[in-house]
Design a protein around this ligand. Structure first.
Ligand code: HDD
Length: 680
């Protein structure tokens, strides 16, 4: 549960309502006798207009929907807190980044970008990672993604990019997919997208869990200290459980088995008390080093390699409470990049500048007017006083006769810092010197669209590269126009000749004759193969059992795995009991794709059960750890796997089994299996 001292939760308590023990009323508080039958003239007669309960109920229903977010429509959110490890007062005046004793309440919303509100979770897409810090100095929103770069350099291109990736306008197909002509047409014509497309084709676009993905503020922001000195900053969130992804074939199957896979995973982990956690990292660049890179810090299609500027870990965030109501909280939460607090400022990144306009604008239409900051989830815990008052849905009764400044009638209140002479905690913009002619022109320092795409490719392990090539082939395999595919391959020739050749081969076209020489640089921090793989906490493991199974050994393994934080489920051909054990899920109602690993407990009957055999083969195909106890040997044989990598077989001794199985699960996936030959 959320910390009892959490200022935000105390504030929300004032708005929380429970229906338990209550009586049904109208919106006016009048008790209702019957809500199942409308008022009519006689038993078989027409419904009467005077039935105010009927009219109110239907009218309210007719108006239940609000516009979904134009992007990032599908998401899931949770409350928690942020705590700092070390004071950053040297760099910023932001209270929550200076005082290590503070626990700053947060609300985080994760999302996919392209799909509608009802689309599946596991699609190839960027994930949104938006954090609202309810600080004592007002709300600070860090509205980031799980990838550190973006598709375009200037926000004026955002509508074009979004229109290209969203379902095509003539038939609204396809839903939540980039695998279609308009997206790839945009790609072939817009070279600045190349770096981001490499990320999008990588496993980063199919995270195993919101809890197992990184977050990035993307832009270069600016920290400003109490003396007005600025420092450039890039924000990073690092998941304590490591960064892990699904595999593509699995993603497709999860969409049918559990379209809410990522949302459910977040919800269930928090309900179980396995609170997701991230560390906040900063890359800090002194102002005087602004021009010391071979790219422009203001270009959101570039990273600062961690090997060049290390990430300084400064605090941690824990999510420990699910919302009470999806619509009230997760749907109505309103993020805005321009919600900053003293000590945090913008840069001239043209993408960020556009965002600073767009988010407020979109909330006005989405949330029906200018008073959305009064919706409970959006309310700051800092006091709010100003003369901005009327408009739809004003919930506050402002007293007094004035709503202008300066005034004398209300003693000049609410009074600005300057008028009051009290400048404590006021927001002061960084005094950046700006001059130049008004021009519509991109700086030449934004021109290099390929070097970092190459850096990303070079930094990938063998299996990550394989997945990227397969992703290009899947996506371009859904593109109808041959010339678009050819042009995309030409773009890839600027990234790496071998990449372009592999994609061209798969598409049955000649490899590009001219390729840009590869610069050979790498950034090991970009590879998920280098991410920590030392925990099985919250991993879901299916125990395949059938009547007659020897449950003694399985019980020991279960205890050992659960001690390390794993979640074990008994899966059997029928519900009810198997021996003394209660079955959690019936075999035909689940699929291997909902689990991280599988333990074959037995008994022999399972070897003749198609569901069970498919379960094991599919888990193998997706690189998952497989354990087989002696009773599961027949099933293992029936699965006829083409290898034993990542399989802990029945020959493993009783003493070693649980530890060996746990180690295989912690590896996340075994990617050196021959999976192409596995029909599953
Ligand atoms: Fe955006 C939503 C992240 C560029 C305009 N964006 C939105 C959300 C996230 C991001 C996480 C969902 C927030 C939530 O959960 O409610 N957007 C990004 C990142 C970007 C980015 C990391 C580039 C670095 N966005 C971007 C540009 C524009 C927008 C360039 C417009 C010029 N974004 C919006 C929006 C949305 C939005 C239309 C839709 C719903 C909302 O804001 O509240 O204003």
């Amino acid at each position: 549960m959320a910390d009892g001292n959490d200022e935000k939760q105390r504030q929300l308590d004032r708005y929380r309502v429970d229906s338990e023990g209550s009586r049904l009323t109208t919106d006016q508080g009048v008790r209702v006798d019957d809500t199942d039958n409308s008022l009519s003239a006689g038993e078989r007669g027409p419904t009467l207009l005077e039935d105010f309960h009927f009219r109110e109920k239907i009218t309210r229903f007719d108006h239940e929907r609000i516009p979904e977010r134009v992007v990032h429509a599908r998401g899931a959110g949770a409350y928690g807190y942020f705590q700092l490890y070390e004071s950053l007062a040297e760099f910023t005046a932001a209270d929550f980044l200076c005082d290590t004793s503070l626990r700053t309440p947060v609300f985080v919303r994760f999302s996919t970008v392209a799909g509608s509100r009802g689309s599946a979770d596991t699609v190839r897409d960027v994930r949104g990672f938006a954090t609202k810090f309810y600080t004592r100095q007002g709300n600070y929103d860090l509205v980031g993604n799980n990838m550190p770069v973006f598709f375009i350099q200037d926000g004026i291109k955002f509508p074009d990019f979004v229109h290209a990736v969203k379902p095509e306008p003539h038939n609204e197909i396809p839903q939540a997919q980039s695998a279609h002509d308009t997206f790839w047409d945009f790609v072939q014509l817009q070279p600045e997208i190349t770096h981001m497309v490499m990320w999008l084709m990588s496993d980063r676009a199919i995270p195993r869990s919101f809890r197992m993905m990184q977050g990035f503020g993307v832009h270069t922001f600016r920290l400003v200290n109490a003396d007005g000195r600025g420092t450039f900053v890039k924000f990073h969130w690092r998941p304590v459980l490591g960064t892990h992804s699904l595999v593509w074939d699995e993603v497709l199957r999860i969409q049918g088995n559990d379209p809410d896979f990522n949302r459910r995973d977040l919800w269930e982990a928090i309900e179980r008390g396995a609170f997701p956690e991230w560390e906040l990292g900063l890359q800090l660049v002194p102002e005087e080093d602004e021009h010391g890179f071979d790219f422009d810090l203001l270009d959101a299609t570039k990273i600062i390699p961690e090997e060049t500027v290390p990430v300084r870990v400064v605090g941690r965030m824990v999510l420990d409470r699910n919302p009470d109501n999806f619509f009230a909280e997760t749907e109505q939460v309103a993020f805005h990049t321009a919600n900053v607090v003293p000590g945090i400022d913008f840069t001239n990144d043209p993408l960020l500048q556009a965002r600073n306009f767009s988010y407020l604008d979109t909330q006005l239409i989405r949330l029906g007017g200018p008073n959305f900051a009064q919706i409970p989830v959006n309310r700051p815990v800092a006091p709010v006083h100003n003369d901005q008052r009327d408009g739809y849905n004003q919930r506050i009764v402002h007293r007094g006769r004035t709503s202008y400044a300066p005034n004398s009638i209300s003693g000049g209140c609410p009074m600005s810092g300057v008028l009051s002479g009290d400048m404590e905690g006021v927001y002061r913009h960084y005094q950046e010197r700006v001059d130049g002619a008004k021009i519509r022109k991109r700086s030449p320092s934004f021109d290099d669209h390929y070097s970092q795409a190459t850096l990303f490719w070079n930094s990938m392990s063998g299996w990550e590269r394989r997945h990227i090539v397969e992703a290009f082939l899947f996506e371009l395999g859904h593109v109808e126009r041959r010339y678009i595919k050819e042009q995309v391959v030409q773009r890839l020739a600027n990234v790496d000749g071998d990449l372009a050749r592999q994609v061209a081969e798969g598409l049955g076209m000649p490899a590009p004759a001219v390729t840009t020489p590869n610069h050979g640089r790498t950034s090991p921090a970009l590879s998920q193969a280098n991410a920590p793989r030392d925990s099985i906490a919250t991993r879901k493991i299916a125990f395949l059992v059938a009547d007659g199974a020897d449950l003694g050994r399985a019980g020991q393994v279960r205890a050992a795995l659960e001690e390390k934080g794993a979640v074990c489920e008994i899966v059997a051909p029928h519900e009810g009991q198997v021996g003394s054990v209660t079955v959690d899920r019936q075999l035909s109602a689940v699929s291997s794709v909902l689990y991280d690993a599988v333990l074959l407990v037995g008994d022999g009957e399972l070897a003749g059960n198609g569901h069970a055999v498919h379960f094991v083969r599919e888990a193998f195909k997706h690189g998952k750890a497989i354990g087989a106890l002696p009773g599961g040997e027949a099933l293992l044989e029936a699965a006829a796997l083409p290898g034993r990598q990542g399989v802990i077989g029945p020959e493993t001794t009783r003493d070693e089994f649980a530890a060996a199985f746990a180690a295989a699960i912690a590896e996340h996936r075994t990617f050196d299996r021959d999976v192409d030959s596995v029909a599953a």
